[in-house]
Design a protein around this ligand. Structure first.
Ligand code: G3H
Ligand code: 13P
Ligand code: ZN
Length: 326
């Protein structure tokens, strides 16, 4: 356990104000996952250059990978880097898919400004009790909390769900009121990873369940809604990966027009991890295939970082609508 530090000392902000502006303005704040230096540099560069508020988020696995002390300094470095680029964008450091009170507390104590407690796999009452416990500790430190109702298909960090269970709109009001959460992740047909839908020959991606989203919006008007599993699984990256020795046949994601529609509604946070992973893998594979003798990581990771900057700018500008909103 490292030193106890408040996110305020690191120059970070919680999600409260950026969410209320996003809900009112009909756009969504991007939440990009990161694990390493190049990903974070790309996120800061792209968001500073597009003047977009941003949530930099880490999973439990990412925190173990990067080291909790290193992460704290990386987040402080992200704020400083943006300022030195002449940009004052709000930056939130968020725990993605927290699975226990202890993990959320540890993140809050080490400089996170926002945490997710994912009790979506628990029985309803247990989800409420766990989420409430996290909210009490977090709010005492002016940290915001994301809860989840409904289960996404696929793997949620270590929480596995065979099939998705859509969020039940009749539960949301009670959940929000009893837990005191600041935002709510919902299940309306997305899933994590690069294989979101199993499509047969000629079949199209099924539309998200906007009817459920509307029902939810009616019951908790203006309340910040979060969409997980929102990568588009950019086909150009999948093609490059397959071209240069990878094997990702059948990878498919959420079409951009669906995400734009969600961003214009009560959805004010959109989580993107897989698209960044695909961009990095595609560019590293391509670079190494063309430069067999190269062994300087700056060369191939530099290519990957440049591509990530392009991808993130594109998302902010044309998918989420967060560009220019900082
Ligand atoms: O939703 C999960 C995120 O994509 C993080 O994945 O647990 O492999 O870091 P991870
Ligand atoms: P993707 O796998 O679609 O990028 O979803 C990421 C996510 O929801 C992180 O919490
Ligand atoms: Zn997620």
């Amino acid at each position: 356990m490292g030193e106890v530090v408040s996110y305020k000392e690191l120059g970070l902000v919680n999600s409260r104000e950026i969410f209320s502006k996003a809900v009112a303005g009909g756009y969504a704040i991007p939440a990009y996952n990161f694990n390493n230096l190049e990903q974070l540099q790309a996120i800061v560069t792209a968001c500073a250059e597009t003047s977009s508020p941003v949530i930099i988020q880490v999973s439990k696995g990412a925190r173990n990978y990067a080291n909790e002390t290193m992460l704290r300094f990386m987040a402080a470095g992200a704020v400083q880097m943006a300022r030195e680029m002449g940009s004052n964008i709000p930056i939130v450091l968020h725990l993605d898919h927290g699975d226990s009170f202890e993990l959320c507390k540890s993140c809050i104590d080490s400089g996170f400004s926002s945490v997710m407690i994912d009790g979506s796999h628990l029985p309803y009452d247990e989800n409420i009790a766990l989420t409430r416990q996290v909210v009490e500790y977090a709010h005492a430190h002016d940290v915001t909390v994301e809860g989840e109702l409904g289960v996404l298909a696929g793997i949620e960090d270590e929480v596995e769900a065979e099939h998705s269970t859509y969020t039940q709109p009749e539960e949301v009001e009670d959940f929000v009121q009893k837990t005191g959460v600041d935002s709510l992740a919902i299940s309306i047909g997305t899933s994590h990873g690069a294989f979101k839908f199993k499509l047969k020959e000629g079949e199209e991606v099924p539309p998200l369940r906007f009817d459920i989203l509307e029902e939810i919006e009616k019951r908790i008007p203006g309340f910040p809604i979060v969409l997980h599993g929102a990568s588009s699984v950019v086909p150009e990256y999948v093609a490059l990966i397959n071209q240069y020795g990878g094997k990702m046949d059948g990878a498919v994601g959420v079409p951009e027009d669906q995400l734009r529609k969600a961003a214009a509604s009560a959805v004010c946070k959109i989580n993107i991890d897989s698209d960044g992973r695909l961009a990095v893998t595609a560019k590293v594979r391509e670079y190494l295939a063309h430069n067999a003798g190269e062994f300087d990581p700056r060369k191939y990771l530099g290519e990957a970082r440049n591509e990530l900057v392009k991808l993130i700018k594109h998302k902010n500008e044309t998918v989420l609508g967060s560009a220019g909103k900082a």
